[in-house]
Design a protein around this ligand. Structure first.
Ligand code: ZN
Length: 314
């Protein structure tokens, strides 16, 4: 039977987390929830299929045993990870390695990521890049804690998009909700953590040497969105490269899609409606995440919906 895979996924408590993810309908076990790993086959938090013939199966097992659902991809691991983050406080200032450095030093792929800003308090900021000109200057500014001059802050608002390739200095700021699409990796090098202590009074570990190894120089190059419009669909393409393609679908009324990739990940960020696949209707609403597998050639949405959709690069 041809069915989308709806997923139940894992919440992660974080020092900087909050309780805003309840607005997506998730049951929060605490007021410090930082991340929902909405579509994940990563061992640190695997999604589970909640419907149909594969109900109860873990996404990583399904990817290993039913590769035909994923276009018979040659990639060893499910390549993408979709998260929703609630930054109730600043995340650490960090950088991720590229695949070569990640595999050599951590035994896992690097991480290129990107952010769709779901909401932001007035004046909310991110860190996106740094001002050091070379490794010596970078090292000196880190050693003296000259964060004010080193880090580039950017004000953000709902609907903004940021492409964050591996090697980019970055941090998500207080008061921001983000949908993140990233390579399926959990390798983070922390540069600065605002000298915060956890419940046990410990500072979190920093990784200065590795950070200096992998940080890029020069301002990060964000992508330029491309918008196409019909009566019932506004489609915004944010990025399309070897890692991933990420789009926003703003739907009002019936829209039929024909697949443009072997399989597609989708996250409903607003509204409600009906997804129709192969003659079956599935109600969808804010907070739902699903995969349109390779055997689904076309699908139709009805209702008022806003989704972020993505697929892996070849
Ligand atoms: Zn990151």
């Amino acid at each position: 039977m041809v069915q989308p895979l709806f997923l139940n996924s894992v919440l992660h408590e974080k020092l900087w987390g909050g309780n805003h993810l309840k607005t997506f309908g998730y049951n929060l076990p605490s007021d410090k929830i930082g991340e929902y790993w909405a579509i994940s086959a990563h061992t640190n938090g695997v999604s589970i299929v909640r419907n149909g013939e594969f109900a109860g199966q873990k996404l990583d097992d399904l990817y290993q045993n039913h590769r035909e659902l994923f276009g018979n991809s040659k990639k060893d691991v499910f390549p993408l990870l979709t998260k929703i983050l609630d930054a109730n406080d600043w995340l650490s200032v960090q950088v991720h390695p590229d695949d070569t450095y990640g595999l050599a030093n951590e035994g896992e792929l690097g991480k290129t990521e990107c952010w769709y800003i779901i909401s932001a308090e007035p004046g909310a900021e991110i860190i996106y890049g740094h001002n050091a000109q070379n490794k010596d200057e970078l090292r000196a500014m880190i050693d003296t804690g000259d964060w004010e001059h080193l880090l580039t802050k950017v004000q953000v608002q709902a609907g903004d998009f940021f492409y964050v390739p591996s090697g980019t200095m970055h941090a998500i700021g207080k008061g921001i909700l983000i949908l993140e699409t990233q390579q399926s990796s959990d390798t983070t090098y922390r540069v600065y953590d605002f000298d915060r202590k956890d419940d046990q009074g410990n500072l979190r570990e920093l990784h200065i040497d590795k950070s200096v190894d992998v940080l890029n120089f020069g301002a990060p190059a964000n992508t330029t969105p491309i918008v196409t419009q019909t009566d019932t669909l506004t489609r915004t393409s944010y990025v399309s490269n070897d890692f991933f393609t990420v789009e926003k679908w703003e739907i009002s009324g019936p829209v039929t899609f024909t697949k443009t990739a072997p399989y597609t990940l989708a996250s409903v960020l607003n509204g409600e409606g009906i997804l129709s696949v192969d003659g079956t209707d599935y109600p969808v609403q804010k907070g739902d995440h699903f995969i349109l597998t390779s055997n689904i050639e076309t699908w139709t949405f009805e209702g008022d919906l806003m989704l972020i959709a993505s697929h892996a690069g070849e």
